[in-house]
Design a protein. Structure first.
Length: 122
């Protein structure tokens, strides 16, 4: 069983605050220069591509993230958040909970996987 924590590491807290403020510059500043984001099976490499993605799909869609659960799993960070925004909600549940898997090194996000998980039968 993973260990739950109640506190986000500073860079993850800043990342979520920047997303909620729709501030692309602040969002990008949380990433290492050669970081990648995997969103919906799309790999987005480097801060230039991350900036374009975050500007269009996060800030542009006014995505907000409400933290529901924080798990430290062997030094990697799993954060479950309730999302809202102006994105297309067709086919999505009324309450969209998205899991973000962060790898953090030297105070920067080196990788971020964003997944709207399905319930497991196991």
């Amino acid at each position: 069983m993973p260990s739950s924590t109640t506190e986000l590491p500073p860079v993850a807290a800043e990342h979520i605050a920047a997303v909620n403020a729709f501030d692309t510059d602040r969002i990008v500043a949380t990433f290492a220069p050669d970081a990648y984001v995997n969103d919906n099976r799309r790999e987005i490499w480097g801060t230039e591509a991350i900036r374009k993605f975050m500007d269009k799909e996060m800030a542009g869609n006014h995505v907000t993230m409400e933290v529901r659960e924080v798990i430290d799993h062997y030094g990697d960070l799993i954060v479950r958040t309730r999302w809202d925004g102006t994105y297309d909600k067709t086919g999505l549940p009324d309450e969209l909970v998205v899991t973000s898997y962060f790898a953090i090194r030297d105070g920067k996000i080196t990788s971020l996987a964003i997944i709207a998980n399905q319930p497991s039968p196991y």
